[in-house]
Write a new protein. Structure first.
Length: 223
Protein backbone atom coordinates (compact mmCIF):
# COMPACT_ATOMS: atom_id res chain seq x y z
CA UNK A 1 0.00 0.00 0.00
CA UNK A 2 1.24 3.48 -0.87
CA UNK A 3 1.48 6.30 1.65
CA UNK A 4 0.40 9.85 0.76
CA UNK A 5 4.04 10.90 0.39
CA UNK A 6 4.80 7.95 -1.90
CA UNK A 7 1.79 8.86 -4.06
CA UNK A 8 3.01 12.45 -4.43
CA UNK A 9 6.44 11.22 -5.54
CA UNK A 10 4.96 8.66 -7.94
CA UNK A 11 2.41 11.03 -9.51
CA UNK A 12 4.06 14.49 -9.63
CA UNK A 13 1.83 15.74 -12.44
CA UNK A 14 -1.32 15.07 -14.46
CA UNK A 15 0.55 13.23 -17.22
CA UNK A 16 2.09 10.70 -14.83
CA UNK A 17 -1.17 10.13 -12.98
CA UNK A 18 -3.13 9.58 -16.20
CA UNK A 19 -0.48 7.38 -17.79
CA UNK A 20 -0.03 5.16 -14.74
CA UNK A 21 -3.56 5.06 -13.30
CA UNK A 22 -6.07 5.97 -16.01
CA UNK A 23 -8.22 3.02 -17.08
CA UNK A 24 -7.05 0.72 -14.27
CA UNK A 25 -8.56 -1.08 -11.30
CA UNK A 26 -7.71 0.49 -7.94
CA UNK A 27 -9.16 0.37 -4.45
CA UNK A 28 -11.22 2.71 -2.30
CA UNK A 29 -11.64 1.64 1.32
CA UNK A 30 -10.25 -1.76 0.24
CA UNK A 31 -12.95 -2.21 -2.41
CA UNK A 32 -12.03 -2.46 -6.11
CA UNK A 33 -13.23 0.16 -8.63
CA UNK A 34 -12.62 1.08 -12.25
CA UNK A 35 -10.58 4.31 -12.27
CA UNK A 36 -10.50 7.36 -14.52
CA UNK A 37 -8.46 10.57 -14.11
CA UNK A 38 -9.81 14.10 -14.63
CA UNK A 39 -7.93 17.19 -15.84
CA UNK A 40 -7.87 18.48 -12.26
CA UNK A 41 -6.04 15.30 -11.15
CA UNK A 42 -9.05 13.93 -9.34
CA UNK A 43 -10.02 10.27 -9.58
CA UNK A 44 -13.44 9.07 -10.65
CA UNK A 45 -14.05 5.56 -9.32
CA UNK A 46 -16.82 3.53 -10.95
CA UNK A 47 -18.41 0.28 -9.71
CA UNK A 48 -17.17 -2.80 -11.55
CA UNK A 49 -19.68 -3.80 -14.18
CA UNK A 50 -17.58 -3.36 -17.37
CA UNK A 51 -20.56 -1.92 -19.21
CA UNK A 52 -19.08 1.53 -19.65
CA UNK A 53 -22.13 2.94 -21.41
CA UNK A 54 -24.20 2.07 -18.35
CA UNK A 55 -22.02 3.83 -15.80
CA UNK A 56 -24.18 5.71 -13.38
CA UNK A 57 -22.79 9.13 -12.50
CA UNK A 58 -24.51 9.04 -9.12
CA UNK A 59 -22.69 5.81 -8.22
CA UNK A 60 -19.17 7.02 -8.83
CA UNK A 61 -16.77 8.09 -6.09
CA UNK A 62 -14.67 11.23 -6.55
CA UNK A 63 -11.44 11.56 -4.59
CA UNK A 64 -7.89 12.90 -4.77
CA UNK A 65 -5.02 10.48 -5.40
CA UNK A 66 -3.52 11.52 -2.04
CA UNK A 67 -6.64 10.42 -0.17
CA UNK A 68 -5.79 7.83 2.49
CA UNK A 69 -8.77 5.67 1.48
CA UNK A 70 -7.53 5.29 -2.11
CA UNK A 71 -4.74 2.87 -2.96
CA UNK A 72 -3.29 0.35 -5.39
CA UNK A 73 -3.65 -3.36 -4.86
CA UNK A 74 -3.44 -6.23 -7.32
CA UNK A 75 -6.55 -8.47 -7.16
CA UNK A 76 -6.35 -12.09 -6.11
CA UNK A 77 -7.08 -14.24 -9.14
CA UNK A 78 -8.11 -17.83 -9.92
CA UNK A 79 -11.36 -19.41 -11.06
CA UNK A 80 -14.26 -17.13 -11.96
CA UNK A 81 -17.81 -18.43 -12.52
CA UNK A 82 -19.53 -16.83 -15.52
CA UNK A 83 -22.89 -18.05 -16.86
CA UNK A 84 -22.64 -21.84 -16.85
CA UNK A 85 -18.89 -22.13 -17.05
CA UNK A 86 -15.74 -20.91 -15.33
CA UNK A 87 -12.40 -19.48 -16.37
CA UNK A 88 -9.03 -19.49 -14.69
CA UNK A 89 -7.85 -15.88 -14.55
CA UNK A 90 -4.14 -15.23 -14.16
CA UNK A 91 -1.87 -12.23 -14.35
CA UNK A 92 -0.70 -11.36 -17.85
CA UNK A 93 2.61 -9.46 -17.84
CA UNK A 94 2.70 -6.69 -20.41
CA UNK A 95 4.96 -3.82 -21.35
CA UNK A 96 3.00 -0.91 -20.00
CA UNK A 97 3.40 2.19 -17.90
CA UNK A 98 0.40 1.23 -15.78
CA UNK A 99 1.20 0.45 -12.16
CA UNK A 100 -2.29 -0.88 -11.43
CA UNK A 101 -4.06 -3.69 -13.33
CA UNK A 102 -6.00 -2.77 -16.45
CA UNK A 103 -8.47 -4.96 -18.34
CA UNK A 104 -5.53 -6.14 -20.45
CA UNK A 105 -3.59 -7.32 -17.39
CA UNK A 106 -5.35 -10.70 -17.21
CA UNK A 107 -5.19 -13.96 -19.16
CA UNK A 108 -8.01 -16.50 -19.16
CA UNK A 109 -7.92 -20.29 -19.47
CA UNK A 110 -10.73 -22.82 -19.88
CA UNK A 111 -11.03 -25.61 -17.27
CA UNK A 112 -9.18 -27.98 -19.63
CA UNK A 113 -6.13 -25.70 -19.43
CA UNK A 114 -6.44 -24.19 -22.90
CA UNK A 115 -6.15 -20.44 -23.47
CA UNK A 116 -9.62 -18.91 -23.65
CA UNK A 117 -10.90 -15.91 -25.64
CA UNK A 118 -12.39 -14.30 -22.58
CA UNK A 119 -11.72 -11.09 -20.73
CA UNK A 120 -13.32 -9.27 -17.84
CA UNK A 121 -15.18 -7.18 -20.42
CA UNK A 122 -17.22 -10.35 -21.09
CA UNK A 123 -18.22 -10.66 -17.43
CA UNK A 124 -21.00 -8.10 -17.75
CA UNK A 125 -23.41 -10.46 -15.97
CA UNK A 126 -21.36 -10.15 -12.77
CA UNK A 127 -22.08 -7.15 -10.59
CA UNK A 128 -19.75 -5.04 -8.47
CA UNK A 129 -20.24 -7.20 -5.37
CA UNK A 130 -19.53 -10.49 -7.17
CA UNK A 131 -16.37 -9.18 -8.83
CA UNK A 132 -15.10 -7.75 -5.56
CA UNK A 133 -15.64 -11.10 -3.84
CA UNK A 134 -13.63 -12.73 -6.63
CA UNK A 135 -10.83 -10.14 -6.45
CA UNK A 136 -10.61 -10.71 -2.68
CA UNK A 137 -10.49 -14.51 -3.08
CA UNK A 138 -13.79 -14.99 -1.26
CA UNK A 139 -15.72 -16.99 -3.87
CA UNK A 140 -16.69 -20.44 -2.61
CA UNK A 141 -19.37 -22.98 -3.59
CA UNK A 142 -19.98 -26.14 -1.58
CA UNK A 143 -19.40 -29.47 -3.33
CA UNK A 144 -23.04 -30.75 -3.17
CA UNK A 145 -24.28 -27.50 -4.73
CA UNK A 146 -21.63 -27.71 -7.46
CA UNK A 147 -22.57 -31.30 -8.35
CA UNK A 148 -26.25 -30.36 -8.47
CA UNK A 149 -25.49 -27.53 -10.88
CA UNK A 150 -23.41 -29.84 -13.10
CA UNK A 151 -26.45 -32.11 -13.49
CA UNK A 152 -27.86 -29.33 -15.65
CA UNK A 153 -26.80 -29.72 -19.29
CA UNK A 154 -26.18 -25.98 -19.63
CA UNK A 155 -23.60 -26.03 -16.80
CA UNK A 156 -20.30 -27.06 -18.38
CA UNK A 157 -18.00 -26.32 -15.45
CA UNK A 158 -18.07 -24.68 -12.05
CA UNK A 159 -15.50 -23.19 -9.69
CA UNK A 160 -15.73 -24.27 -6.06
CA UNK A 161 -13.03 -21.83 -5.00
CA UNK A 162 -10.40 -19.62 -6.67
CA UNK A 163 -8.10 -22.68 -6.78
CA UNK A 164 -10.43 -25.57 -7.62
CA UNK A 165 -13.03 -26.30 -10.28
CA UNK A 166 -14.97 -29.22 -11.72
CA UNK A 167 -15.78 -29.62 -15.41
CA UNK A 168 -17.46 -32.14 -17.70
CA UNK A 169 -15.40 -33.43 -20.60
CA UNK A 170 -16.85 -34.51 -23.97
CA UNK A 171 -17.75 -37.93 -22.51
CA UNK A 172 -19.55 -36.43 -19.53
CA UNK A 173 -16.81 -37.38 -17.04
CA UNK A 174 -16.49 -34.84 -14.23
CA UNK A 175 -12.85 -33.90 -13.74
CA UNK A 176 -11.26 -32.04 -10.84
CA UNK A 177 -8.86 -29.24 -11.73
CA UNK A 178 -6.51 -27.54 -9.28
CA UNK A 179 -4.87 -24.28 -10.33
CA UNK A 180 -5.35 -24.97 -14.02
CA UNK A 181 -4.10 -28.59 -13.84
CA UNK A 182 -6.36 -31.66 -14.10
CA UNK A 183 -5.58 -33.84 -11.09
CA UNK A 184 -8.29 -36.51 -11.18
CA UNK A 185 -11.92 -37.33 -11.86
CA UNK A 186 -15.01 -38.23 -9.86
CA UNK A 187 -16.05 -41.85 -9.52
CA UNK A 188 -19.67 -42.70 -10.23
CA UNK A 189 -20.44 -44.61 -7.06
CA UNK A 190 -22.89 -44.47 -4.18
CA UNK A 191 -20.27 -42.78 -2.06
CA UNK A 192 -18.60 -40.04 -4.12
CA UNK A 193 -14.83 -40.21 -4.29
CA UNK A 194 -12.16 -38.69 -6.44
CA UNK A 195 -9.90 -40.91 -8.51
CA UNK A 196 -6.27 -39.80 -8.62
CA UNK A 197 -3.67 -41.11 -11.09
CA UNK A 198 -0.71 -42.68 -9.31
CA UNK A 199 1.63 -40.09 -10.84
CA UNK A 200 -0.25 -37.39 -8.92
CA UNK A 201 -0.86 -39.25 -5.69
CA UNK A 202 2.11 -37.87 -3.75
CA UNK A 203 1.39 -34.28 -4.59
CA UNK A 204 0.51 -32.20 -1.52
CA UNK A 205 -2.38 -30.55 -3.35
CA UNK A 206 -4.27 -33.88 -3.43
CA UNK A 207 -4.69 -33.70 0.34
CA UNK A 208 -5.93 -30.13 0.01
CA UNK A 209 -8.48 -31.13 -2.65
CA UNK A 210 -9.70 -34.12 -0.66
CA UNK A 211 -10.12 -31.97 2.43
CA UNK A 212 -11.92 -29.24 0.48
CA UNK A 213 -14.35 -31.71 -1.14
CA UNK A 214 -14.74 -33.78 2.05
CA UNK A 215 -14.28 -36.84 -0.14
CA UNK A 216 -12.21 -39.99 -0.11
CA UNK A 217 -9.47 -40.36 -2.72
CA UNK A 218 -8.56 -43.54 -4.58
CA UNK A 219 -5.25 -43.92 -6.34
CA UNK A 220 -5.41 -45.54 -9.77
CA UNK A 221 -2.13 -47.30 -10.45
CA UNK A 222 -0.42 -46.36 -13.67
CA UNK A 223 -0.32 -49.07 -16.31
Amino acid sequence: MLTSEQKKEMFPNHRDLTMKIGGTITTWKKEFYYTEVTDSMKLHLFPLNWQYHKKQENEKIICRFTDEDWNIQFPKLGYLNVEGTCFYMSRSPARTNKIAPSLNSFSAFSPDGKKARFSLRDASSLDHKALNEFFHGQTEIKFPEAIKKLDNASQKSIALSPELCLYKDSMGVIKAVYRNTVVGWLAKSKKPKIIIPESHSKNKRIALISKFLSMETEVLKDV
